[in-house]
Structures are given as C-alpha cells and as structure tokens.
Design a protein. Structure first.
Length: 207
C-alpha cells in the first residue's frame, strides 16, 4: 500500500500515513478527468447571451424595391443580416451548458486525479494547522515552511474560521472541505495540502 509522510506546520516529519490503493494507486483515466473538468467549467457559464435573428428583428416585411430592372441584387425585406439594423446570423440564444456525467465516471475521475497528484509528489499531509490569530502573515509562513510557492489547494476536515480568514488574502491559495473538493481544483493546483483528519475522511468517502 502507498505511504506518505505526515509533517507539522514547520514542515518537519512527525510520522507517516498508509493510503488506500483504491484511491491513490488507481489507474489514471485521462478521458474521465477531461469530461469531468469540461462539466465543471460548463456549469459555471451563465448561458444568458442573446441576440435577434432576422425573424426576430422588428420591422421589414415589405419588399424594398422591385425584383427586376434596378440593377441591384435581389432583396426582400430590409432586416436581413447584411442591412443596418438587420438580424444576426446564427444569433446566440439563452441555453443550458450543463454536461451530465454519470456518478461512476465522476468517482473514477476523482480517483484518477488523486492518484495523479500522489504520483507527482504534489500531496502534502499536515497533522494540524493551528493559528494563534487569523493573520495572513501566519498562513504565509506556514506555506513557506511547507515549501509551497505555486498555486495550492488546502483541504480541511471541517470549518476553521481562523485558517480560512488567514488564507483569504493569499491569491495562490484556495481552501476546500472534503465534501467540496472537485477534479478541476485538484488538477489546477500545484500542491495539495491536506490535513491528516481530512485525508482520513477522503479515504472513507471514496474507498
């Protein structure tokens, strides 16, 4: 079974943890991850864009000049796309961008993402994070001790107001709970900082 070191807030090893093979040594399914990421990004689109096609534009209806004899091109109304105040070609209309993904594929993608990050050595397990005050400076110091310089995802086992507030002003840090992590956030982060209690919960949920 795969093992991972457990460190403290100073980045010093304080133990190790055995991980589930089913979650952290699973086959990496790239198509499943791609589909789930597309689904997550598509769900963020509002889909409220709207424009009028030639059939929706007000006006027109009368033939603007006779069919023959003018030397001009043949036209009917003056609300065709080539005219001023005319309609839009293939006008976008409000629509739903949701991509439905089966539950089994979502779970497969999550295991693939966790395995991929584990294989890259991008997962850091911390025994606990206790801050005396909800200060950005203290949280930045913890990240420095852990050697985190790129984008990071902090996974918490439950709501910790001090830690969440301390990390709000760090643009490269995003926090999440065990039940709110998703494949896109995992793949988008350079490092995944997981509290030991949160790692235990992840293994219970996805095992």
């Amino acid at each position: 079974m795969p093992n991972i070191d457990v460190v403290d807030m100073q980045g010093k090893k304080v133990g190790s943890m055995e991980l589930s093979e089913e979650i952290f040594a699973a086959p990496v399914n790239v198509p499943a991850m791609h589909l789930v990421v597309r689904s997550i990004l598509a769900a963020q689109r509002q889909g409220t864009q709207s424009a009028l096609s030639r059939g929706m534009v007000r006006g027109g209806g009368r033939k603007i000049y006779r069919q023959k004899g003018t030397g001009n091109a043949r036209h009917h109304g003056n609300r065709a796309p080539q005219f001023r105040h005319g309609g839009v070609v293939f006008a976008p209309q409000p629509r739903d961008y949701v991509i439905k993904v089966p539950k089994k594929v979502r779970r497969l993608a999550m295991k693939s993402a966790l395995t991929s990050k584990f294989n890259d050595g991008s997962i850091i397990v911390v025994d606990e994070i206790k801050l005396a005050q909800a200060k950005t400076k203290l949280m930045a110091e913890v990240l420095k001790n852990l050697g985190v310089e790129e984008k990071a995802l902090l996974v918490l086992p439950g709501k910790d107001e001090a830690v969440i507030r301390a990390g709000k002003n760090i643009p490269t840090l995003k926090d999440a709970y065990v039940n709110t992590i998703n494949v896109y956030d995992l793949l988008n982060a350079g490092k995944i900082i997981v509290l030991k209690a949160a790692m235990e919960s992840i293994q219970e949920v996805y095992a």
